[in-house]
Design a protein around this ligand. Structure first.
Ligand SMILES: CC(C)(COP(=O)(O)OP(=O)(O)OC[C@H]1O[C@@H](n2cnc3c(N)ncnc32)[C@H](O)[C@@H]1OP(=O)(O)O)[C@@H](O)C(=O)NCCC(=O)NCCS
Length: 169
């Protein structure tokens, strides 16, 4: 399948692209909808790729506090999503970039990622620099490198570091 039309670079608007399978001449419509991510879709897509469960309150709070999200629909079915979190001025993070396993490898992840990057470009103040970060899932480095992300550490930059804050019942 080829992505025969780019997603609309204006992330404030919904955009459409056609995924054209030349071999069987089937045209699949890909639609990207800005800020359309709802709880059920969020949990469904996370579950389909085996990510850990969240409490309902935790998921709803996460969705309500992100700066931007995008949902990818293939022939009307939600097959992918991505979110941007951060302060929107100095630093933004890509979060929850997920494509359903059955829809992977068709360019949808790239379309969602480019849409997220376009959003961050659109909110970056003229004459300034925004740092766009992500925590790469194991084995996905190649995907992000294709989209101009660099892996840390480098000779001049240290590694990303995290800790989990756990509060048990
Ligand atoms: C990672 C993910 C978002 C990629 O989405 P996708 O729709 O399958 O990716 P695309 O079809 O747009 O792939 C674009 C390119 O990246 C390459 N690519 C995709 N996944 C890759 C991987 N894991 N490693 C290396 N290259 C990869 C593709 O081969 C393709 O290369 P090409 O342009 O030369 O053909 C998707 O596989 C996914 O949702 N995985 C499970 C959840 C996950 O790990 N998300 C990332 C969290 S950091």
């Amino acid at each position: 399948m080829n992505l025969s039309a780019e997603a609309d670079p204006n992330p404030a608007q919904d955009s459409q692209a056609s995924l054209d399978n030349n071999q069987c001449e089937e045209v699949v419509m890909l639609e990207l909808k800005a800020n359309a991510l709802e709880y059920d879709t969020y949990m469904h897509l996370r579950k389909e790729v085996g990510w850990k469960m969240l409490s309902k309150k935790q998921a709803q709070t996460a969705l309500s506090r992100c700066l931007y999200n995008v949902v990818a629909y293939e022939d009307g079915e939600a097959v992918g999503m991505g979110r941007i979190v951060g302060d929107g001025a100095v630093i933004c993070y890509i979060q929850d970039l997920v494509i359903l396993p059955s829809a992977q490898g068709h360019g949808i992840g790239s379309a969602v990622l480019q849409n997220l990057i376009s959003y961050v470009e659109s909110i970056t103040e003229d004459g300034t620099e925004m740092m766009l970060c992500l925590m790469c899932a194991k084995g996905r480095e190649g995907f992000y490198k294709k989209h101009d992300f660099m892996a840390r550490p480098t000779s001049g930059l240290g590694p990303g570091m995290i800790q989990y804050i756990r509060k048990m019942f």
